[in-house]
Design a protein around this ligand. Sequence first.
Ligand code: RB5
Length: 144
Amino acid sequence: MQRLRVCIGNDHGGFLLKQGVSAYLDERGVDVIDVGSHSTEIVRYPHYAAQVCRAVLQGDADRGILICSTGIGMSIVANKFKGIRAALCYSTYQGQMTAAHNDSNVLCLGGRCIGDFEAIDVVRAWLDTNYEGGRHDISLGILE
Ligand code: RB5
């Protein structure tokens, strides 16, 4: 079976949490495509959001994870890309529900707002839960 490919990107506020999340993904047997940034040096987060979203939209990655200080800026930018469904999650329940109900293809996390263990639980729930489809489909022709 082909390994899941997850593209991960962050800014300075997300760099530390990315270490823990990437290590967990590695252990899980996920192919991690890390687009940076690679330090706590101040950078502009939209560049990383764009790289991750493009990787998902072009089929170079199955899913994306974006981490900034709060996760808010990353989620705002990511949701501007047509075809990206980005969800900012702070709990395991949200990770599970956004996979089941929103079919989210990008998960956003706040590196200064959630601890490593909680974040990894969110990622685990998000990856382990399947989209339920049906009534959760938002392609109703009202978003064009
Ligand atoms: C960077 O200081 C901070 O603004 C950024 O990481 C993010 O939280 C924006 O939403």
